[in-house]
Write a protein that binds this ligand. Structure first.
Ligand code: 5AD
Ligand code: SF4
Length: 439
């Protein structure tokens, strides 16, 4: 048998790409590849890319430029671009950067082994189709290795919402849900490998509507069934659209102890005029009332969100409305971005706010969100939280775990990886909490 070839995968963007990268490595594993963390020894480098904002897309081209010396040193090195830039730009990538051998869109990953064979023959390979078959059915999982305690599981891909700023409906296509029984089987397999926390992923995960044995399952049903799996202790899901928060899903937050009290529910803006321009299909008030209902079902739930500032037409008053909404919700954590026009999206042609104004708004919004985030973190001090111990810390015996609210928690707890322990939070540091085991 020949020595395994080496694969180096670099992942950009969202958690769905993290999951996809794992599955691509599995598919190429079946074609004789072993993963490496050192790109200098790689026979194949795959960049799994993100197209959500201009900066993310441009990063790919600068990274490709940096790979030139490696390709000069090893002419057999093959370079591939996967993910949303691959989908959006296709052949253009090979034109702009001739050292790229392979371009594969997110729906065609199961065809990677055949594409790899082609590039080994010295040809170029491009596939940005949206095939009918479920790519995950055809992507091998790799050997039954022990896994880290927390894993991602993609349950749904694509989006039919068409927010006016967003490329996702174009790069990932229409909403497709994976069949429920396959997801349950995959979840059981993860648990057998040592996983205790699963985050269900989808661009619009709460729109999940997969075929089940007795009809179509909603996300709430899927969560309830997953919660029956012994050994699976925590369930999360992301990312959700407010309009798909059904009564059943809200109720599940109150009833399923395994469902973590943390919800990423982006609103993007706090002004109705901007929400309308964004085609979000709900008002600020409707969003706030929704959060009230979620909090009524699960009083200790923490909210997280995404915001865009400088969207075309955003006035000072509109921006103030965003700040006001944040003051009302008090997010435990939030991401905020300057609007970035994306080719082919409805908002791309509109006049946008000047970069100076957008930068100033972003700084103000981030200052407010950071203050709320710090307050929330500080409020954990003195509480006892169930913490999932995930990996060793820097000092011997020290561990790093995860709170229900996704905080990193540092503590002394030898030999405890994969366990959920009661931890008293003793301090709040800039990016983490410190805790000690409750005896
Ligand atoms: N410009 C800026 N931010 C964007 N997002 C999506 N598209 C754009 C864009 N064109 C943000 C949204 C989304 C998050 C994943 O990225 O806030 O929720
Ligand atoms: Fe993009 Fe999310 Fe809107 Fe879908 S719901 S178009 S993924 S921002």
């Amino acid at each position: 048998m020949s020595a395994p070839k080496k694969l180096f995968v670099k992942t950009y963007g969202c958690q769905m790409n993290v999951y996809d990268s794992e599955r691509m490595a599995g598919a190429l594993g079946a074609a004789g590849y072993e993963e490496t963390q050192d790109q200098a020894e790689a026979d194949m480098i795959l960049l799994n890319t993100c197209h959500i904002r201009e900066k993310a897309a441009e990063k790919v081209y600068s990274e490709l430029g940096r790979l030139r010396p490696l390709k000069d040193a090893n002419p057999d090195l093959k370079i591939g671009v996967a993910g949303c830039v691959a989908q959006a730009e296709g052949e253009e990538i090979m034109r702009r950067q001739p050292l790229v051998d392979l371009v594969v869109g997110p729906q065609a990953y199961h065809r990677l082994p055949a594409m790899e064979a082609k590039v080994r023959n010295g040809e170029k390979a491009l596939d940005t189709d949206f095939p009918e078959e479920d790519k995950f059915d055809h992507l091998p999982r790799g050997p039954k290795m022990r896994r880290a305690p927390a894993a991602f599981l993609t349950v749904q891909e694509g989006c039919d919402k068409f927010c006016a700023f967003c490329v996702v409906p174009y790069t990932r296509g229409a909403e497709v849900s994976r069949p429920a029984e396959r997801l349950l089987a995959e979840a059981r397999d993860l648990v057998e490998r040592g996983v205790v926390e699963i985050t269900l992923l989808g661009q619009n995960v709460n729109a999940y509507h997969g075929d089940g044995p007795d009809g179509v399952w909603s996300l709430a049903r899927l969560v309830r069934e997953l919660a029956q799996i012994d050994g699976l202790e925590r369930i999360r899901y992301t990312t959700s659209h407010p309009n798909d928060m059904t009564d059943d899903l809200i109720a599940a937050h109150g009833e399923e102890a395994k469902l973590m009290p943390y919800l990423h529910l982006p609103v993007q803006a706090g002004s109705d005029a901007v929400l309308k321009g964004m085609n979000r299909k709900h008002t600020a008030e409707e969003y706030l009332r929704l959060i009230e209902r979620i909090r009524a079902a699960r009083p200790d739930i923490a909210m997280s969100g995404d915001f865009i500032v400088g969207f075309p037409g955003e006035s000072d008053a509109d921006f103030e409305a965003t700040l006001e909404l944040c003051r009302e919700v008090r997010y435990a954590s939030a991401f905020s971005f300057k609007y970035s026009p994306r080719p082919g999206t409805p908002a791309a042609g509109r006049d946008f706010v000047s970069d100076d104004v957008a930068s100033e708004r972003l700084a103000r919004l981030q200052a407010l969100l950071t203050e709320h985030q710090r307050d929330f973190q500080q409020a954990q001090v003195g509480r006892t939280l169930p913490v999932l111990i995930e990996k060793p810390g820097r000092e011997p015996g020290q561990m790093v775990g995860k709170s229900p609210y996704l905080h990193a928690v540092h503590l002394d707890a030898p030999d405890s990886i994969g366990r959920v322990l009661d931890v008293e939070i003793v301090a709040s540091n800039p990016n983490s909490l410190a805790g000690r085991l409750r005896s």
